[in-house]
Write a protein that binds this ligand. Structure first.
Ligand code: ASP
Ligand code: MG
Length: 450
């Protein structure tokens, strides 16, 4: 399925326009992966280039574990073990890359590790979310210090920029909201006209008071879109360990195929329904400026990529399947034989918002209002405690929500064969069914079109 797309969809007539590259954790997970970056960047240094980088490999998860230990009583040994393992991983990469070269950033990296180690004294009494952001931002601060030193070592002139000073946000920690005007000013002032490759961190930002903030897990895609939007970039490229976007998770569907072209709107829908393709906030800022997003493989950079832009013609070409697992189904029933009408639905959804939850599927009838939710234990408990004060609650755990975009006739029934659907919903473009996970196969198959 080739539509002859690739570089021709970008605005090539404007050679001075910036390109934004984003490298995720997998693409810089160790020294070998970091070495891969050099040839990819060398090809693009003839025009302005911003490179947005995540933390190495699974560093953010490890920093979350470090934080949990730092905030618990009597976990000093676990904390120290976590800390030393993280430092050792980064040292291993630096030794493999730089040997005993004077270009090694080991001293700067150790200074960052010292800051990380010291900040808990100040923040142990801070709210969790604030302490979280001050801690996990070090994953990106450290990875970019190493990558910048490596690129300079290889002769690619690179400036390191602190995204805490560029991506300006409010203090809503772990899900910070952009101050677009301040961000655009800072980014334009620092990065416009730069002769060097500008290297910075994804995922992190900062408040006007200098506190670090984060944009939500996997938020580096969104960071790349922020830089692109503020600089009117010509293109964003997300480099991944797969050749592009697929119509289903290839680990769960044995016949998933790559989507070579889709629209901003379609990609947003897929991300919204739970496809782990691109952070859902990424597409809006790109769409507004008509900046195409290309997803490419850093292992096989010449393979046909996936391109997301304004063209909607190809969106319905193949159905896409998305699984959301570990779902919980909550039925809310009246205690007084009154209808579950709009005022009551409003009341229930208000409590959902207060608990910080999002409904993946809603079903209502005269005497019942039901919700399918991700299993976030603390938040769910808060919601259920609140609802139980006024309603009867039934709960079922261990469920899988299957969403299909652009299903073909009969497809949902074929996908549901032998399984009871606890709930379903359908509109012109999307069908969803909720199953018990114990009834679902390990590997799914997308039915052939009839
Ligand atoms: N390092 C962060 C995370 O793992 C951000 C990102 O990878 O996009 O969530
Ligand atoms: Mg990451």
């Amino acid at each position: 399925m080739t539509h002859g797309v690739g570089h021709d969809v970008t605005r090539q007539g404007e050679p001075d326009m910036t390109t934004v590259f984003k490298f995720g954790g997998a693409s810089i997970k160790d020294a070998d992966a970091i070495r891969h970056l050099t040839p990819l960047l060398e090809e693009h240094t003839d025009r302005p280039l911003i490179v947005v980088v995540s933390a190495m490999g699974k560093t953010t998860n490890k920093l979350e574990a470090l934080l949990a230990a730092a905030r618990s009583e009597g976990k000093e040994d676990a904390y120290r073990e976590c800390f030393e393992a993280l430092q050792a991983d980064h040292h291993e990469a630096m030794e493999a890359l730089f040997g005993d070269s004077r270009d090694s950033p080991a001293e700067r990296v150790d200074a960052l590790f010292d800051e990380l180690d010291a900040l808990h004294r100040k923040h142990r009494a801070s709210p969790y979310a604030r302490h979280y952001d001050q801690t996990v931002c070090y994953g990106e601060l450290i990875s970019t210090t190493i990558v910048a030193a490596w690129l300079n070592h290889c002769g690619i002139a690179t400036d390191w920029h602190d995204a805490r000073e560029l991506v300006r946000t409010d203090a809503c920690h772990q899900a910070a909201n952009l101050d677009w005007a301040a961000t655009a000013d800072a980014i334009r002032e620092r990065l416009r006209g730069s002769e060097c490759v500008a290297l910075t961190q994804g995922f992190i930002g900062g408040t006007e008071h200098g506190d670090a903030t984060t944009l939500g897990r996997e938020g580096s895609d969104f960071s790349a879109a922020i830089f692109a939007h503020c600089l009117d970039a010509r293109e964003v490229v997300i480099w991944k360990d797969v050749t592009g976007l697929f119509n289903a998770d290839p680990r769960r569907f044995d016949n998933a195929i790559q989507l070579e072209r889709l629209s901003y709107a379609e990609a947003t829908e897929l991300a919204w329904h739970g496809a782990k393709v691109i952070h859902p906030k990424t597409l809006g800022p790109l769409q507004e400026k008509s900046i195409p997003l290309t997803v490419r493989s850093f292992e096989t950079p010449d393979a046909t990529p996936s391109v997301i832009d304004a063209e909607r013609r190809f969106d319905a070409e193949a159905p896409s399947c998305i699984l959301r697992e570990e779902q919980v189904w909550i039925e809310v029933l009246p205690r007084d034989f009154a209808f579950m009408d709009e005022p009551r639905q409003h009341d229930i959804l208000g409590r959902l918002v207060e608990a910080g939850l999002h409904a993946n599927l809603v079903d209502s009838s005269a005497m019942r209002f039901a919700l399918c939710l991700d299993n976030k234990p603390e938040r769910l408990e808060q919601l259920i405690d609140s609802l139980e004060a006024d309603y009867e609650i039934n709960r079922e755990d261990g469920l899988t929500l299957l969403t299909v975009r652009h299903p073909q006739p009969g497809m949902m029934d074929t996908l549901s064969e032998g399984r009871e659907a606890l709930a379903e919903r359908r509109n012109a473009t999307t069908a969803q069914r909720l199953f018990r996970s114990s009834d679902c196969p390990e590997t799914w198959h997308i039915p052939e079109s009839r």
